[in-house]
Design a protein around this ligand. Structure first.
Ligand SMILES: [Fe+2]
Length: 548
């Protein structure tokens, strides 16, 4: 039987197990404690969670990022790291500098949380350790909290399986120079090499085994962060990140793993710690025991409020054994995908909001996707369809609160989708009360193909589904007072490097007019055209090839 959270906390099993994982002390070897022998800035730099007077600056030191013990080849001692923040790229106008200590017990990660800066400004930052200097990153503070007007260029991404392709989409995203980037989960994948394969074989391999220990997760994060395209995307703008399942394990639900595993909570704690160490998160997200606070809010003046959700850590287990099912649990009002505390926090946020756009950054498909053309409904138990009472309470919550422009952003499904959100998906007369934009994967699933007609066959009996494309890419948005424009950017291939980006379709959401208005439909020139899978969504590839 899995151990309970209480048992684990009382016995400190998580802490004890984690510390043995961090310190695999060998009696034979004397740990190296001398000077750095090469640059420790192999994992790039990042910034995150901007507010009007600050943000987090991040780096993690590793001279040998792929070291199996997860310690990145670093000496067994703390390292002093200095940082600089400047108004210009050449650091002629340095506005702040300071020093922090990178400690081995935190994987030599560095989180500098700044405040007291001017609002709505661009900054540049870099780090120094011993005789080495990091690459330069660009970041920004958000506009003053009560400022009206303005615009925001924001992009959102998800699902970057390193083995399934090159991170060209991250490079193209960096070239767009957005002001803010959201990552909606599956930043990395837990699989051992050659266990989650795309047709034709994976062009790259994971290092190390399936991630279970803290050392495994640290090594995996380091492998991903070594990628120059990902480093470019982090260096260009602040990110706001939320995890989905693969940062921990496929389709985990709170304390329940995909397959029975008595040590799952120890694994979860290790994954959370490595996630914190490797992301530009504030200290409010430092893991405590087996828990980590990830849901939070960001404000972009009064233009946009981002409600960033965690639909994994507090959810009830998926109904009827997960997968696509016709399952009574999907309708059980006692079941929740957010947990009651997060739900209350979100509903309260709707009532307090003064933003023009209220944007939910979250993991799994929100609107209904019935995959059965007949009267029986067959729904994904892992998405909001499997927690319909939760979805109804949130949707009704924003309607009752008079939220002006609710927009849900989603990842997970390895395909671009766009859909109108309804109070009642079974009533053709039900009015549209919000909009969902779903980004495809950066790589997960491999090259993919454009689809005939630019929509999924399910749209025939799910008329609120408005757009579908099964290529890799990201979604670029421009948010202004009177409209939000979304460009669905695709790449013709990811299994070899260097693809150009193509804007496959663009939609506008107008102020106070929920739902999508298509303004551009640009089939990908020269792209393979394949029908969408008739029965299941793209994300089921990963379910079918889950851990052996
Ligand atoms: Fe994914």
């Amino acid at each position: 039987m899995p151990i309970s959270r209480r048992t684990l906390l009382l016995s400190s099993a998580a802490g004890a197990a984690a510390s043995t994982t961090i310190w695999p002390l060998s009696a034979a070897a004397t740990p190296y404690r001398g000077p750095l022998k090469s640059s420790p800035f192999t994992l790039g730099v990042a910034s995150g969670d901007p507010d009007p007077d600050g943000f987090v600056l991040w780096t993690r030191l590793a001279t040998s990022p792929l070291a199996e013990d997860g310690l990145g080849g670093m000496p067994d001692r703390s390292v002093r790291v200095t940082w600089e923040l400047a108004a210009d790229e050449r650091f002629r106008r340095v506005v702040r500098r300071g020093a922090v200590t990178a400690r081995p017990e935190r994987g030599h990660s560095v989180h500098v949380e700044l405040n007291g800066l001017s609002a709505g400004r661009e900054f540049f930052y870099r780090f120094h350790a011993e005789r080495y200097t990091s690459p330069v990153g660009r970041t920004r503070t958000s506009p003053p909290r009560w400022e009206r007007g303005g615009t925001l260029s924001m992009a959102f991404v998800s699902c970057s399986q390193f083995e399934h392709g090159y991170f060209t989409a991250y490079r193209r995203l960096a070239e767009d120079e957005p002001e803010l980037i959201l990552h909606l989960g599956d930043y990395q994948y837990e699989y051992a090499p050659d266990t989650y394969n795309i047709p034709g074989g994976n062009p790259r391999d994971h290092q190390g085994p399936e991630t279970v220990t803290l050392a495994n997760y640290r090594q995996r994060h380091a492998q991903y962060k070594s990628d120059p395209d990902l480093q470019a995307a982090h260096a260009v703008a602040p990110w706001a990140v939320v995890w989905d399942d693969h940062e921990i394990e496929n389709n985990w639900a709170d304390e329940t793993p995909e397959q029975p595993d008595p040590d799952f909570l120890v694994r979860r704690a290790a994954a959370f710690q490595a996630y914190y160490e490797n992301m530009p998160l504030r200290r409010t997200s430092i893991p405590r025991g087996i828990d980590m606070q990830l849901y939070r809010r960001l404000h972009w003046g009064r233009l946009a409020t981002f409600h960033l959700l965690d639909t994994r850590q507090f959810r009830d287990d998926q109904g009827c054994g997960d997968g696509y099912r016709d399952c009574p649990a999907a309708y059980d009002p006692a079941r929740s995908i957010t947990g009651s505390e997060q739900e209350a926090w979100l509903l309260d946020g709707f009532h307090r909001s003064t933003a023009r756009w209220d944007i939910l950054g979250q993991q799994v498909f929100f609107g209904q996707r019935d995959n059965n053309s007949g009267p029986q409904k067959v729904l994904s138990m892992d998405s909001w369809d499997g927690y319909q009472a939760s979805r109804d309470r949130i949707t009704r919550g924003w309607v009752d609160a008079g939220v002006r422009n609710p927009v849900v952003l989603t990842g997970d499904v390895h395909a671009h989708w766009a859909d109108d959100l309804k109070l009642d998906y079974d009533d053709p007369a039900s009015r549209t009360v919000g909009t969902e934009l779903v980004c495809s994967s950066i790589t997960s699933g491999g090259d993919g193909a454009d689809v005939p007609g630019g929509n999924h066959p399910w749209a025939a009996w799910n008329p609120h589904l408005r757009f579908y494309n099964n290529q890799r890419g990201y979604v670029r948005t421009r948010i202004a007072g009177d409209s939000l424009t979304a460009d669905f950017v695709v790449l013709p291939y990811v299994t070899t490097p260097g693809a150009a980006a193509h804007t496959r379709a663009s939609f506008v959401i107008e102020d106070r007019v929920p739902g999508l208005q298509q303004v551009a439909d640009n089939p990908t020139p020269g792209a393979a055209l394949r029908s969408a899978p008739a029965d299941l969504g793209a994300e089921t590839v990963q379910q079918e090839t889950s851990r052996p």
